[in-house]
Ligand binder design. Structure first.
Ligand SMILES: [Zn+2]
Length: 394
């Protein structure tokens, strides 16, 4: 289970020890105070394996073989399949996790574990908790029921991601970005990927193993990446900046729309079917009004999910773009580290010869500022246009 976490030896050791202590607690054996903790925060950059680590730990807590997380027993299997009765996963579909959802969760988490081990709540995007939801969670973390464990995943412990009070009550597992060669080795060993493809995909995905797998397997993902890496050379004037910005945002929208189309349609038809059983007898008018409300709710949730998918798609593009300017910078400075986008090395070398390191750094900062703006709800079109102009001017 833990072996799926690439290049994270130290955090894995911490989690193994805690899971061992948790197993001794379940067995009624004495453990040192602090050996097991009720609230954890998993941090790390995208692809470092935050939710993977939380899931592996949840499985180890339910593992029937001494908390080893064997990956083979019934406990481990059901956690992995997300069907374990005592492990709940909170994955926000929209932009935030609301207080209603959190209160219901905290209430259920307070009950005794049905399997006799632990009640585990995994919150996969704890940075999307609303303030009220965070407060509801904080209360539960402050006075945890004896067998309840909260596992929170968030990019960092910055106050924008998680409140200082919640942070202060949790034990921290800081995952790092795994080195590209470790990711490549894992792709060769586990996916039987040819080593040259694995090396290229691991570097291009900047250590994110899920994205590396996608880049290796999906030609559409590869052409989207190529289009993003072609952005710098297309910026030849103000008009081009606006054109390229519009194309980039449109591509993110199209990618997002494709990813939500199927679940949207399935949810809508399931709801319509459920409502269609209403009939036309007495009370039908009231039922109709209720139905309209439910459809509106669904549309609202779907819109929120679409917005999030769009932002995620745009963010992936910006990470690729930032990688390019980083490559230009390390090439100009002759830094002894490998480039991210080896396949466009000629382009980053040419740029390194043309731009000063200072202007490259300003470009890199413009990409990071754009990510930040979008994160803070600036309209993507506006943030991306401003970025393109900065990238062109340098
Ligand atoms: Zn097991």
């Amino acid at each position: 289970m833990f072996s799926d976490l690439v290049g994270q030896d130290e955090p894995v050791e911490t989690l193994r020890r805690a899971a061992g202590a948790a197993a001794r607690v379940v067995a009624g054996e004495p453990v040192a105070s602090g050996a097991m903790t009720h609230a954890w925060i998993f941090t790390g950059p995208p692809g470092a394996g935050r939710s993977l680590a939380a899931r592996a730990f949840a499985a180890a807590l339910q593992c029937e073989r001494g908390g080893s997380g064997c990956g083979e027993c019934h406990g481990c299997h059901t956690v992995l399949g997300k069907t374990h009765a005592d492990v709940r996963f909170v994955v926000p579909e929209g932009l935030s996790i609301g207080v209603g959802e959190m209160r219901a969760l905290v209430l259920r988490a307070a009950s005794a574990p049905s399997g006799g081990r632990w009640q585990v709540v995994v919150i996969e995007d704890a940075d999307r908790l609303t303030e009220a939801a965070g407060n509801a969670l904080l209360k539960a973390i402050e006075e945890p029921p004896p067998r309840t464990v909260f596992l929170l995943c968030t990019p960092s412990t910055h106050p924008d991601d998680i409140s200082v009070t919640i942070r202060s009550r949790c034990r921290l597992v800081a995952l790092r970005q795994p080195p590209a060669d470790a990711v490549a080795a894992a792709l060769v060993a586990r996916d039987a990927m040819p080593s040259d493809t694995a090396a290229w995909a691991a570097a291009a995905a900047q250590g994110d193993i899920t994205r590396a797998r996608l880049l290796a397997a999906d030609s559409e993902a590869r052409s989207r990446r190529e289009a993003v890496l072609a952005v710098p050379k297309r910026l030849t004037g103000v008009g081009a900046c606006f054109d390229v910005a519009a194309t980039l945002v449109a591509a993110a929208k199209a990618e997002a729309a494709a990813s939500v189309a199927e679940p949207d349609a399935a949810e809508r038809s399931a709801l319509e079917q459920a409502l269609g059983a209403g009939g036309t007898g007495r009370g039908a008018a009231g039922a109709m009004r209720g139905a309209a409300g439910q459809i509106k709710d669904l549309e609202k949730r779907q819109k929120s999910r679409a917005t999030r998918a769009q932002r995620d798609a745009l963010d992936r593009a910006l990470v690729d773009l930032a990688g390019f300017y980083r490559d230009v910078l390390i090439t100009a400075l002759r830094a002894p580290v490998a480039v991210v986008h080896g396949d466009v090395a000629a382009q980053s070398q040419a740029a390194a010869g043309k731009w000063t390191p200072e202007s490259t750094l300003r470009r890199l900062e413009a990409v990071l500022a754009c990510r930040e703006s979008i994160n803070q709800n600036v309209k993507p079109e506006i943030a991306v246009e401003a970025m393109m102009l900065s990238l062109w001017r340098g």
